[in-house]
Design a protein around this ligand. Sequence first.
Ligand code: ADP
Ligand code: MG
Length: 389
Amino acid sequence: MREFIRRALQKTSRMNAEQMQSLLSLVTEEYETLNAVLDSLGTGVIVCDAFHIVVMSNKSAARILPMEFREAQDRPVWSCVRDQEISRFVEETIEAEDTVLSREFAIHELSVTRYVSVGIMPLVQKKAVRGTIISVEDITEKKNEEMKSRRLESLASLTNLAATVAHEIKNPLGSISIYVQLLRKAVDSCEARSDSKFSEYLDIVDEEIERLNRIVVDFLFAVRPLKFELAPMDIGDLIRSISTFFGEELSRANVSVVLDVAEGLPRIRGDERFLRQMLVNLVKNAMSAMPDGGTLSLGARQRDDSIVVAVEDSGVGIPQDVLSRVFEPYFTTKADGTGLGLTMAYKVVKEHGGDIRVQSEPGRGTTFTITLPVMRRAQKMIEYGEGAT
Ligand code: ADP
Ligand code: MG
């Protein structure tokens, strides 16, 4: 098309009005196509002439670069750019007739930060510099992704380091605990025991060891990449066994238990060890929410393709502003809490392809609802197939 127009232009002196008109409309069409292409580009393009005045720009440029395009007709392009840093960069690069493929800038406007990359190169026509092409790109998303993955990377290495340290702490903790027991025996057999405060001090050391141990164990649970071994299992059985396990402790704490496990629940694919730990965490939380006793309901029923497990207490409840934070690592309102119990519960449920939610009314109680997917038919067939061999 362009070649055709070029050849036609050489013959204009011999053209009649009609031929002239059709040539003009061809040129217009060509111009419009070019404009449409420019406007469809995600990259912003600004073309300046030799006097640095904007002669062409596309929609993306207006969207990405903070700039006064209306004033751009009689002022050098850089003085129309609202961002000072970019303006200076554009001026210096153009004045030096430099080529910069991409320079990143942060733009702070209306309390949001955007990132743009600006490229500047001379516009060369017929072997001479006729102006400048400025290209701008919004790289906010890319930049945020980059920052996020960098954060995740450093978090992952930090987590690994922390897990190693926690693991290292566990060993001396174990031997301290053994020596404390030995000391206690020695003190107990000592004549002067009744006058000494040895026993009392040893109790304190013991408590502190137990506390440290709990912190380390919970921490390891929360940060270590857990290795799940999923196998068909009955969640109803697990809930019943938890209820038996805590039976005595609960009745001593004046908590009555209501078991509401539906009969014949389909099995799930789960790691029993981790699911047990998760339920233990929830029950322990419920118990500390009912210091003066109350009711703990443990329920399980089927809903569509899921098993819904509910752990409900009639305890102190969770205030609204705290509710959204309970799953956060290290969030705790307890003087001796680790704030990792619910983090671990969340992690376990998510690993099982499920969901955990919390509802609470201060003064009335709290319900944790866990949804776990039922084993699919295909999984069952594999299991039966395996069983037959
Ligand atoms: P921790 O028990 O060590 O504090 P968790 O992660 O288990 O850590 O729980 C975080 C916080 O969530 C608790 O400190 C408490 O404030 C709140 N919470 C959890 N379960 C309950 C509950 N059943 N009733 C009231 N508050 C709860
Ligand atoms: Mg807890």
